[in-house]
Design a protein around this ligand. Sequence first.
Ligand code: ADP
Length: 490
Amino acid sequence: MQILQVSAEYFPLLKTGGLADVAGALPQALLPLGCEVRPLLPGFAAMLDGLDEPVEVGRCLTPWGQPLRLLRGRLREPAGGPQAGAGIPAYVVDSAELYLRPGGPYETPDRQPHADNHRRFAALCWVAARLAEGFDPSWRPDLVHGHDWHAGLVPAYLAAAGSRVPCLFTVHNLAYQGLFPHADYAGLGLPAHWFQLEGLEFYGQLSFMKAGLYYADRLSTVSPSYAREIQSPEFGCGLDGLLRQRQAVLSGILNGIDDRVWNPLHDPHLPVNYGSDSLELRAGNKAALQAELGLEVRPELALFTVVSRLTEQKGLPLVLAGCDALVRQGAQLLVLGSGDRALEAAFAAKAAQHPGRVAVRLAYDEALSHRIFGGGDVTLVPSRFEPCGLTQIYGLAYGCLPLVRRVGGLADTVTDADLITLDEGRASGVVFDRMEQGDFDQAVRRMLALYRRPADWRQVQQTGMRQPLHWGDAAARYQALYRAMLVGDR
Ligand code: ADP
């Protein structure tokens, strides 16, 4: 089975969130199942740098007359992993004009969306459809798998071309929709009459996300709970009606953990490697982390941590408002994150208020994130909504117990510790229900009570670390879905 995977991010080359982790893990995870997955990526500098042995497949003009080159090569794999060096074949859309510029993949240096984002990602989608129609004579996909709004126009371009190649569209976060003014639609090469309710129009705007949801043959999202939630007005971001209509072709497949990158037994970022049978070794990581971040080096203080984009979605005002109580109860807080300026300033102020007890690193730092999971005691993820969430999964795998809200993938991956789940050996963290300060503070108190019971704490750590959340399971589900689509059950 030959699959073209379309995404804007790819770990280890370019990552702003969980999308990159998934796009980077799936091709390798599907390989043993007989699926050859080739990523197609936009030609950001990081993608071009990570493409080994590039050759030109061909040149073309987009519908609006932009010249492009399509490159094929092999993608550099995560350092240290067993496949390192044996990168998988991939395609990169090369256009300096579209992709090489200062700022992030989606935003300018002053955090405004690039004005031509509709063209930058339409070009990616348009090339995907060309590849499906045989643009590379040496390889042609049986199916195209697009991820998030950046790939939303893939099924639209396939439909416009009358292609018989089916398309799966996966939602990683429905809140980011790729909305553009009506005027931007002209020139993209799609039929004018598709700009309507029964098409890719969304309240007068062009919606890449809606295009994906409307035109793809099958839809998936990254957890069973989120698949249900997005069919409700509360989580549907205005698209719940369409998602209810398409319920029969929508599945929820939980993300896995990439064992090559996230395994405390051989994680090269950790001062001390450990496993579920040698948890006492974590103490060395904790002490090193406390020292590195200027926290009091005291093993008895529970170290609560946050590794996150700093956005409204992640429920961080609860952490801010709960911080003083957390410190009063003899715990520490360590935050690694960047994003919303007001949240950044508020966390920095908390660190200034509680020296030695609260530390904040306003940055994106992959290596530090590993050291945090490997040395911290608690991973806080009190999200408003969470499609899957990876940080709580990393927390589980590293014995850094997750404290999460019961929503989306968080609800699907963490089992609340109570007397029954402890007794049955199922408890893997602390889960609270409502997005309210009292509920969060109570969850912190329960976590601290558990921390004071070392035998139970260790059992909960071990339960999480032994929980099978590997990519193999998710890959098998994707493979079954691909197979169903290819036997005509689109
Ligand atoms: P989202 O995709 O909504 O940001 P996920 O939990 O699915 O949330 O994935 C977030 C990914 O980004 C995880 O791999 C997490 O470790 C990583 N991450 C988030 N913020 C940072 C940061 N400041 N430094 C390093 N890694 C980060």
